[in-house]
Write a new protein. Structure first.
Lengths: 437, 315
């Protein structure tokens, strides 16, 4: 009986090994060179970050790739596909944690043979992917994740780029907006999700506030856990301290829940809400958010994107395809794809030829390219990190139409620490070298 | 030491895996490394399942193993992989010896929930530790093997793969011997009827305690290897969905044989990676249906494909 069993075990195990081998061979064979530019797109297709971030981003990628392949974009992006080669997008789900994302990133590069990867909303995923991108020598653009550690932990990055802004910019910009529009505020409070994003956002916001709003004091801070959904206790705790400004880095369903509950409880009538990611739900607030609530889009994206030809075109096709205006994650995805296209077409290779990762990186490093959000300068992180301005404004909803009022923009040099300086140090030193308009 | 047939075939398969690593593409080596490392954690789950306890918190020790390897390199200057892995196992054993005193007093759903609670406590602590990167975690790099630093990229990947296969082999042989030994058979008796085992003059509680501590060590080894292979650790390793995945793989494989968790982990990884590739929006559904199909058609796991004809045998 025992012999019988181990004989079977041998058969089964060798069967599995053979299966793995066959799958491996099939995998590498099916990804043959087909003359197309293959781009891996990684964003949340499931889980709580899918609705607010992942799905708008994936939708933006789909519509943009389709239009690029038809050559429908305005100049300077009117060339078909990327450098004349048709684009083939491989979209995968970012859900499941860093270990899985490293595995899937390797699969994209080594099995699916993509020429470049664009993706990552989660900062943890970005940090895990960065060393792997260097190891596999693959041109990779982080389009949304906000951690300032991305290039601080990987100072020698060659293949990793980020076309979005880091989270310090959001909060420095938020304080600058308060200083510009409400210099007399004295009572600040905050409610953040208790994880890296919330903790870092609040640290940057309070540090910048003590430098730029010396009269203001922090009267209350709340750190409910992420995806909690019910904020009754926190809202009460905030209300009794009578803050003038309630800062929050909440996003997605948590943010909508907070706005709804805080508005119903009257907190947002007495205090002004300041939501650094608030624009992502611009289309869904309707009359549930109070007029005058300050919202940001983590840069000049979504509603805050400028009225240039590219953006007007992009908003048009996006609206046509999905019957909704693009929110900031969609704009950011479009920016990353345009960045890739810019790099490929300025890499000095012949028409329809696909540049190598080295050529793409050389073209992208320190580049200045036009995007849906205006001009992007890859001016930080050794030429790997985009620098752009940031805009904040007030949400208003009248007669069934939502709009932004009192928008104020700040230049990149005004809200971004100089090269090689950590945001915390720059804020503590009183923003040396900041150039504000 | 006499090796039985299972041990010889396990050894041959391990040798085959190591040789196979030379010819397979990088992504496949990585996938197999992670699958085998996770299979070690699943071995820990299965060890406890055999004695009737389902641990929904095995991620606790998986995470301890991973974080010890990462923190050893980052903060304490322990760059040697074997030293770091051993330290991870040591820390896991110490913690398991403490927690085990409480946990082995409970059975069934109470044990499952309590083990889950402890793993979520670790998750909570890590999320609040900003110096450890909170939810973002931190990178694990610059490790060596007995003073030798494998070249970055394919070299170090292959080294971790070989380490994982060798660890897997050692653990598999040890567990195989354990399950065949008298004490291992008693584990199944504990599951069937604890009171009778007590009448035999044995203490089920200390048996479960030893089992729990050994399972913790094996799981920490798996976590450490995962950290070395991935190059990153984050608190997600202790989250309940991660522990759930280990139970999923354990059910997929079944309790029939020491090789079952390895096979199940590899099958799971392949199903998942191809589901993500071909149905990016509904890959979770494919995994769900796979588990459902296994539960309905193969209630004793994939291993029952092998032992099916032996009716009446207890899996």
């Amino acid at each position: 009986m025992k012999n019988n069993k181990s004989k079977f075990s041998k058969h089964l195990v060798s069967g599995v090994a053979a299966l793995a081998l066959a799958a491996g061979a099939a995998g590498s064979a099916s990804a043959a060179e087909n003359g197309k530019f293959r781009v891996g797109i990684v964003t949340f297709l499931s889980g709580p970050a899918a609705g607010p971030f992942g799905v708008p981003s994936a939708n933006a990628a789909k519509v943009l790739v389709e239009e690029l392949n038809k050559g429908n974009l305005p100049a300077p992006y009117d060339k078909i596909g990327i450098n004349g080669a048709e684009i083939e997008a491989v979209i995968i789900d970012e859900a499941g944690g860093a270990t899985k994302q490293v595995e899937e990133y390797r699969n994209l590069v080594q099995r699916q043979k993509v020429d470049a990867v664009i993706g990552y909303v989660s900062s943890g995923d970005c940090l895990a992917i960065a060393p792997v991108a260097e190891e596999l020598k693959t041109f990779t653009i982080a389009y949304d994740c906000g951690t300032p550690r991305l290039f601080a932990d990987n100072p020698d990055a060659q293949y990793m780029f980020r076309t979005g802004l880091d989270a310090s910019v959001d909060n420095i910009g938020a304080v600058r907006y308060l200083a510009a529009t409400r210099p007399d505020v004295t009572r600040l409070a905050g409610i953040q999700q208790n994880y890296s994003w919330g903790q870092d956002s609040w640290a940057d916001f309070t540090a910048a506030a003590s430098a730029l709003l010396p009269e203001a004091e922090i009267v209350e801070e709340q750190f409910p856990k992420i995806y909690q959904g019910q904020y009754g206790a926190e809202i009460s705790a905030l209300s009794v301290k009578r803050p003038e400004i309630v800062h929050s880095s909440f996003w997605g369903g948590d943010m909508e829940a907070l706005v709804l509950q805080a508005n119903a409880r009257g907190l947002l009538e007495d205090a002004t809400g300041l939501l650094t990611c608030g624009e992502a739900s611009f289309a869904t607030y309707k009359d549930q958010a109070p007029n005058g609530m300050i919202i940001g889009a983590r840069g000049p994206f979504g509603q805050f994107a400028p009225d240039n030809e590219l953006n007007t075109w992009f908003k048009g096709v996006y609206q046509n395809a999905y019957d909704i205006e693009p929110v900031y994650p969609a704009t950011k995805m479009a920016q990353a794809i345009l960045g890739l296209k810019y790099a490929a077409e300025n890499a000095g290779v012949a028409d329809k030829e696909i540049p190598s990762a080295e050529q793409l990186s050389a073209a992208m490093k320190g580049a200045t390219f036009e995007s849906v959000s205006g001009t992007v300068e890859m001016a930080r992180g050794n030429g790997h990190q985009a620098m752009q301005g940031i805009t904040y404004g007030e949400y208003h909803y009248e007669d069934g139409v939502a709009s932004i009022k009192n928008a104020v923009s700040f230049d990149g040099e005004c809200v971004t620490p100089p090269e090689g300086v950590a945001a915390a140090d720059w804020i503590a030193d009183g923003f040396p070298g900041a150039k504000c308009n | 030491m006499r090796l039985d047939k299972t041990e010889i075939s396990l050894g041959l398969i391990a040798l085959g895996c190591v040789l196979f690593g030379f010819v397979s593409p990088g992504w496949l080596i990585f996938l197999l490394t992670i699958a085998l490392a996770k299979a070690l954690v699943v071995q820990g789950v299965v060890m406890q399942m055999r004695s009737g306890l389902v641990s929904f918190g095995q991620g606790l020790f998986y995470c301890i193993g991973g974080y010890t390897v990462g923190m050893g390199g980052q903060f304490f200057g322990i760059h040697d992989a074997v030293a770091a892995l051993s330290l991870g196992m040591f820390v896991a054993i110490i913690i398991a010896m403490l927690l085990g005193l409480l946990l082995t007093r409970y059975r069934e759903i109470f044990f499952a929930m309590l083990s889950l609670a402890f793993s979520m406590i670790l998750f909570g602590i890590l999320v609040k530790s900003q110096e450890l990167g909170s939810t973002d975690g931190f990178n694990v790099h610059d490790w060596t093997l007995f003073g030798w630093a494998p070249e970055a990229g394919a070299g170090s990947q292959y080294t971790v793969f070989t380490m994982t296969v060798v660890s897997g082999l050692i653990v598999a042989v040890l567990i195989h011997r354990y399950t065949k030994a008298g004490i291992g058979v008693i584990c199944e008796a504990v599951r069937e009827n604890e009171v009778r085992v007590e009448y035999l003059g044995l203490s089920p509680r200390w048996l479960l305690y030893g089992n729990y501590v050994a399972a913790a060590a094996v799981s920490a080894l798996g976590g450490g290897l995962t950290a070395l292979a991935t190059g990153h650790v984050d608190p997600e390793m202790a989250y309940w969905t991660t522990s759930g995945e280990f139970v999923f793989i354990a059910l997929l494989g079944g309790l029939g044989h020491v090789a079952a968790p390895f096979i199940a982990a590899i099958v799971f990884s392949f199903v998942r990676t191809y589901a993500i590739e071909f149905v990016p929006h509904t890959w979770q559904m494919i995994l769900g249906f796979t588990l459902l199909a296994v539960i309905i058609f193969l209630p004793k796991g994939l291993w029952s494909l092998v032992s099916r004809e032996k009716t009446g045998e207890r899996a």
